[in-house]
Design a binder for this molecule. Sequence first.
Ligand code: SAM
Ligand code: SF4
Length: 340
Amino acid sequence: MVKLIDKFNREINYLRISVTDRCNLRCVYCMPASGIAQKDHSRILSFEQIYKIVNAASGIGINKIRITGGEPLVRKDLPCLIKNLKAIDGLREIALTTNGIYLSEYAGLLKKSGLDRINISLDSLVPEKFEMITRGGRLQPLLRGVESALSAGLTPLKINVVLLKGFNTDEIPAFVNLTKEMPIQVRFIEYMSTGVDYLSYDELFFSSKDAKNIASSIGKLIRTENAPLGTAEVFRIEGFRGTIGFISALSSPFCSTCNKLRLTSDGFLRSCLHSSKTINLKQALDKGASQEDLANLIREAVILKPESHNLSDHFAGKVSSVNSTADFEPENFSMCQIGG
Ligand code: SAM
Ligand code: SF4
């Protein structure tokens, strides 16, 4: 089997694809209230172009993709894209990250189209707080979406909770308790600075270590065996049906096992969330790139992949913003444009 190996001997087999920069919510940590200037449709990858990229990528070692955004479910006919991608040889898994607002309408169709699993972002279980954090979103449709995804068999289902100190950290026990009856994984995510922070980053950052301390007040956290090498450290509590994950991008970076590339909705392939070094696949496709040309460009992106993002220096208070190494050119970015 063909493998994509980078300069640091990491196998790169995972591509995250942002299918749109549009969103029906305005989460306070992701966008300004006015939203982000949206790109004209002609600058966004068509479904056909996304198919060509994934086809080329799967031929050289990518076997897992995640569809994200913006909000992927606002892009018209998303199930058709998933159905076409599912037919590509060599793809082992297609996953989706969504804010869940439209999920109850789409869960069955998405499953039928070939979607394997789903991650849903949910930062508060209190309707008023949910509305505040998403600037107007309603919690009920999202909770219905969770139920629909479970009934449709989009499992294992993961709930992503970005922790903001003093805002939703008091809800850590309630989120942990969800895993008592529900076969889901609740994942606590450290708030990440993007350089264009819409909130006071230093005041709101809450570490996984502190989150674990609070979570363990509900029951002893037992590390799950056979947890795959990934971004989350995963635990369970004796007798609970679900699991609890902690994603510590800052306090304990997982760069040494990073297996990802990211494709932005306007066709730039990024080898690291935090690096500005990108390859413009849309431009190549617009000029008629062949499958082999695309494969070569993807290999180039893999060569550009830096060893690490160095954000931990920021976490340790050594620098006030991300710093640069020969391999790493930090750039301010907006999570909704890259897909998280
Ligand atoms: N709209 C979809 C959603 O919210 O799930 C997909 C795109 S969103 C950019 C992907 C993920 O990035 C979400 O789980 C969101 O919570 C997370 N995210 C956005 N901004 C973040 C930040 N500054 N720090 C950590 N996670 C962030
Ligand atoms: Fe939209 Fe997702 Fe960003 Fe929230 S986190 S504003 S739902 S893209």
